[in-house]
Design a protein around this ligand. Sequence first.
Ligand SMILES: NC(=O)C1=CN([C@@H]2O[C@H](COP(=O)(O)OP(=O)(O)OC[C@H]3O[C@@H](n4cnc5c(N)ncnc54)[C@H](O)[C@@H]3O)[C@@H](O)[C@H]2O)[C@H](O)CC1
Ligand SMILES: [K+]
Length: 325
Amino acid sequence: MFILHWRPPLTTCLTFRQLAISRFNLGRRITRSNTGRWLCMSSIANQSTLRLLSQAEAQRVDEALMSETIGYSLEQLMELAGLAVALAAARENPKRSQRIVAVCGPGNNGGDGLVAARHICILGYEHVFAIYPKPGSHPHFQRLVKQAMSHGVRFVDAAAYEQTICEADVLIDALFGFSFRADRPMRDPFATLIRLMNASPRATTVLAVDIPSGWDVERGPPEAMRPAERTASDPRSSTSGDQRAPASSLAVMANVWVSLTAPKRCAAFWQGRAHYLGGRFVPPALAKSMQLEPLPYTDSELIVRIDHLLPTSIPGHQQEASESR
Ligand SMILES: NC(=O)C1=CN([C@@H]2O[C@H](COP(=O)(O)OP(=O)(O)OC[C@H]3O[C@@H](n4cnc5c(N)ncnc54)[C@H](O)[C@@H]3O)[C@@H](O)[C@H]2O)[C@H](O)CC1
Ligand SMILES: [K+]
């Protein structure tokens, strides 16, 4: 018995990459993982698309990140989450003169929005606003408000919500994330804010932080917002045995999405322009135990496009945002 040690010469690797790019048009699909391995995205996508987390799993990953063993604090994770959102917002909207409005909810999703607004200012955007009707009671949220203000984020009074949303070029939807209860009615001011965001005439980007607000973490958008064929054929549809009926038919119509840590099950319903993941802080052991696939972050990037790695079995999944907005 013998073991053959063979290392491909560098030229072999280059030829493989060049071939893949020229012949099979895989340029966007061949990439290098953060462990240095070449990954063929189409084979990942074909063999196993990204595993999508249930609501309970998303909460378990969060708890594990903040456990004694791993040791992150909520504040650190929120900072990383908000920074990822800001980077995606900037990549999608490079013009620094655009008016960017972060609409922030009462929980940690809202905290991510406050951090994102601050980083968007730091990145050089001149007109950054925050709508924050129900500030969280924890002192951390008060600190986030102060930090955002000191970098130039303008907090808007209730009387100016409508005009501010109406004049926005970019809306950041940070109202609700993975703890949203779709079986409860959505009350004001959040219901009104979502209606205003969906009716905003100028906004070319509506960016959902972690989950489009109003979506069920597992079952996706409210029934009224789903393509007709989806409700008939999708096993996750409420028509196929799940008796819970969403109490709210209201949800933000986003066209850019930044999933945090890992995409949740509702990501299979995505039909927008770009879907990013911000989660370059999950330790390898946790990723392994939660069966999270390695992701092809490049160089020093903190966000990665995952559109092509999402399950495509649902009809209409890859349609353009223009169809849903
Ligand atoms: N994993 C990460 O990288 C990180 C994710 N983070 C973000 O935190 C949210 C989850 O935050 P959480 O505080 O648990 O909940 P939400 O912000 O989603 O919302 C809770 C908030 O909403 C209220 N609520 C629930 N249902 C309804 C309803 N039907 N109508 C009105 N209000 C409702 C509830 O009462 C609470 O007040 C996650 O998605 C990420 O965005 C962290 O930043 C850490 C890092
Ligand atoms: K959201």
